[in-house]
Design a protein around this ligand. Structure first.
Ligand SMILES: [Zn+2]
Length: 337
């Protein structure tokens, strides 16, 4: 299935963070030259500087927050994004549903009952394709042996879109209630930050876009922090989708997806792709083809209408999974009897 490109959705996503925001550059630990007493920070924000350039900055950044080409790696956004998507899936399904029908713990390797997809699929426990037997989260985000369909680009933070500052934190002695000298920290954080990333989903099913509707909604409500220091209140981002572009082999006035674009029933069954008609959608604007492109793109002109149209497909998917989980439970009960 991944040998062909049938459909693609690109979401341009603008994130803002008024308060402190920190993505740690782990290379700084090796470059650090001075102590806290001299005013050097304990960590620096992630930048595009080379190791050599970072070493130069590390020598002179005492009491003066540096100005560098800062950026947010796509992986720093992807982690909390996946965690939230998994939480949404699990919350809507019964707690005792088998993990391969909800969202597995990708790192679970030992506990047979809750084993993650990476280990389960690696052991060859699949009668059809790996995609068909993976859990809903791994179908979108991937696992060992199954490529991810979703990718996040690194986001540069342009000059004027941040303030580089130091935040000093004092440790409290839990016994005396006074200052605990050994625990003082100086964090290099950015404030009033704004950056844009692109989220691309290739070969999507409708329910996967529906799941994204809920994930993006929670980011819009600032419910998901990203980066370092979440417990300290750092990284309270607010995300807003500014553009959605859908790309298909030929232009459409419907929201086409894998189930509507795959012509062979055998192929659909093999990958267990949910089949449903592509819903009509009137808020599309076709992009001009330069004559060389094999694909046609449409821009969504009413983003809220798009989410309202697409979100119910995730609800339907959950209902279907719930039915499957009930069936598994019933079969297990019959076995016991
Ligand atoms: Zn999984």
């Amino acid at each position: 299935m991944l040998k062909r490109r049938l459909c693609e959705a690109v979401f341009q996503w603008e994130l803002t963070c008024k308060g402190p925001f920190l993505i740690r550059d782990e290379r700084y630990a090796d470059c650090k030259k001075g102590s806290k007493e001299e005013g050097f920070p304990d960590c620096l924000f992630m930048s595009h500087l080379s190791k050599k350039e970072l070493e130069t900055v590390a020598k002179s950044c005492n009491n003066k927050p540096p100005e560098m080409p800062f950026y947010v790696p796509g992986t720093s956004i992807r982690g909390p994004f996946r965690a939230l998507a998994e939480r949404i899936i699990r919350s809507l399904l019964p707690a005792d549903a088998p993990p391969h029908l909800t969202a597995c713990n990708p790192f679970e390797q030992k506990n047979k009952k809750n084993i993650g997809c990476s280990k389960r699929l690696g052991e060859g426990e699949n009668n059809g394709s790996k995609y068909a037997t993976a859990c809903s989260a791994c179908k979108l985000f991937g696992c060992t042996g199954l490529a991810s369909r979703i990718c996040f680009t690194d986001a540069d933070i342009g000059i004027g879109n941040y303030e580089s500052v130091y935040r000093d934190m004092i440790g409290i002695d839990r016994f005396t209630g006074g200052v605990f000298n050994g625990a003082n920290m100086r964090y290099h954080v950015l404030e009033n930050t704004k950056f844009t990333t692109s989220v691309t989903v290739v070969n999507f099913e409708l329910w996967q876009l529906g799941l994204l509707a809920y994930v993006f909604r929670d980011f819009k409500k600032s419910l998901v922090p990203i980066g370092y220091g979440k417990t300290k209140g750092f990284g309270q981002v607010k995300g807003e989708i500014t553009k959605i572009i859908l790309t298909y082999p030929k232009i459409s006035t419907q929201i086409e997806h894998m189930g509507s674009l795959m012509s062979s029933t055998t192929e659909r069954d093999y990958y267990d792709i949910s089949t449903c008609e592509a819903p009509s959608f009137e808020h599309f604007e076709a992009k001009k083809n330069d004559g060389l492109s094999l694909y046609q793109s449409v821009t969504v002109t009413n983003i809220d209408a798009f989410w309202s149209e697409i979100a119910p497909f995730f609800n339907k998917h959950i209902e279907e999974i719930r039915g499957r989980a009930e069936k598994v439970k019933h079969q297990a009960k019959e076995k016991v009897i």
